[in-house]
Design a protein around this ligand. Structure first.
Ligand SMILES: Cc1cc2nc3c(=O)[nH]c(=O)nc-3n(C[C@H](O)[C@H](O)[C@H](O)COP(=O)(O)O)c2cc1C
Length: 352
């Protein structure tokens, strides 16, 4: 099978089409929850949010806000326009639970809860997203939290200081436009190695967090991390970023190559982030490990659990593992009503 013959998710619409065609705003009753939920100092009506990715612009934020999600994470933006990778951007895959040791996952013809995500973090130009964030904050009610995800864009000849300044510039613009929180995506290539990830380099993570925090002042800072294969690295990471960050969000995805065999790999043989059902157990284990390490440090960092949440059952598992909020990306794209269903269940079966 040649790469172009791999079954691709049947999606004629491009990223741009989706950007320009958000769904009409639904009129739907949202079940109320008891519990006095908080997110980075903001009072919210549930632990539910949408993580960075599905909310391409303000109109997408408003759509999911009406569907029972209280924290809306505006899709990762950059200091300059960036095109999307070619399709397929979403490739369903077939695999069991991933733990980061697998070599490859199989492409699948149909969506079974897990897919490889390959957009390359596209971004509108800053003048567009800054105006749109301002509009979004005005549209959302005060009870909804607008978190904006930012990432630095590496340029030739740059070192970590320049990359940190680029992250900080995006964060500053987002706060000026009305963001309630900033999320820095550290699950992206770092300076020293093209296949490395910023969150795996404690020194560079500290440099970027410090630069962002010094620009955003009291606005809460969330750091989004990927999967830690080495549990020993978790306390080191926390000690590097503790004084700058209010929350850590995990797990972004688990990277893997996609193909029917090792000589027929998609995405030019490069790994892509696997998201959805197959990363649930590894993400839960990581939330548990972070929560434990945070407790041992007597730190106030909050943990946002994400990865494979579909129903109220996974939400309760994340909360029991130590998360104070639960965010979703894949499942609300497949079933936009899942937030209402989760709230309905939690309203009938309140958490202890
Ligand atoms: C369509 C899509 C786009 C995504 N884009 C981003 C992104 O721009 N920035 C980011 O930090 N994470 C991005 N993610 C990762 C999600 O925020 C989330 O970490 C991941 O999907 C795991 O959650 P899930 O299992 O509920 O999908 C994206 C995920 C999906 C499905």
């Amino acid at each position: 099978m040649k790469p172009e013959q791999f079954p691709a998710y049947n999606c004629d619409e491009s990223y741009q089409w989706n950007y320009d065609h958000p769904p009409a705003l639904p009129e739907i009753a949202v079940p109320e929850l008891s519990g006095g939920w908080k997110f980075c100092g903001h009072e919210v009506s549930s632990p539910l949010g949408i993580s960075a990715g599905p909310l391409l612009n303000g109109r997408w934020c408003c759509y999911y806000a009406r569907l029972g999600f209280d924290v809306l994470t505006y899709k990762t933006v950059r200091s300059q326009r960036r095109e999307c990778y070619p399709m397929p951007n979403l490739q369903p895959v077939s695999c069991g639970q991933l733990d980061g040791t697998q070599n490859r996952v199989l492409p699948s013809k149909s969506m079974q809860g897990t897919w490889a995500v390959a957009f390359g973090m596209p971004s509108a130009s800053p003048n567009i997203w800054r105006a749109d964030i301002e509009w979004t904050r005005q549209q959302l009610s005060r009870e909804k939290v607008l978190s904006v995800s930012v990432v630095g864009t590496m340029q030739e000849g740059w070192g970590i200081e320049e990359l940190a300044a680029d992250y900080a510039q995006c964060a500053k613009w987002a706060v000026e436009s009305g963001a309630d929180c900033i999320e820095t995506n550290f699950s992206c290539p770092n300076v020293n190695t093209c296949d490395g990830q910023l969150y795996l380099d404690t020194k560079e993570s500290a440099v970027v967090s410090e630069a962002v925090k010094s620009e955003i002042g009291n606005t809460p800072l969330i750091i989004k991390v990927g999967h830690f294969l080495d549990r020993e690295a978790i306390p080191l990471f926390l000690s590097a970023v503790d004084k700058y960050t209010d929350a850590v969000s995990m797990t972004n995805s688990i990277a893997n190559r996609v193909g029917v065999n090792d000589s027929n790999l998609m995405f030019e043989s490069q790994p892509r982030g696997i998201c959805g059902r197959a990363i649930l157990e590894a993400s839960l284990r990581q939330v548990r490990a972070f929560s434990q390490a945070i407790k041992e440090r007597k730190s106030k960092i909050e943990v946002i659990g994400l990865g494979g949440i579909e129903t109220a059952m996974e939400v309760t598992h994340y909360l029991s593992a130590g998360a104070s909020a639960c965010h979703l990306a894949t499942h609300p794209m497949v079933d936009p009503g899942c937030g209402i269903k989760i709230r309905d269940h939690l309203a009938k079966h309140p958490l202890p």
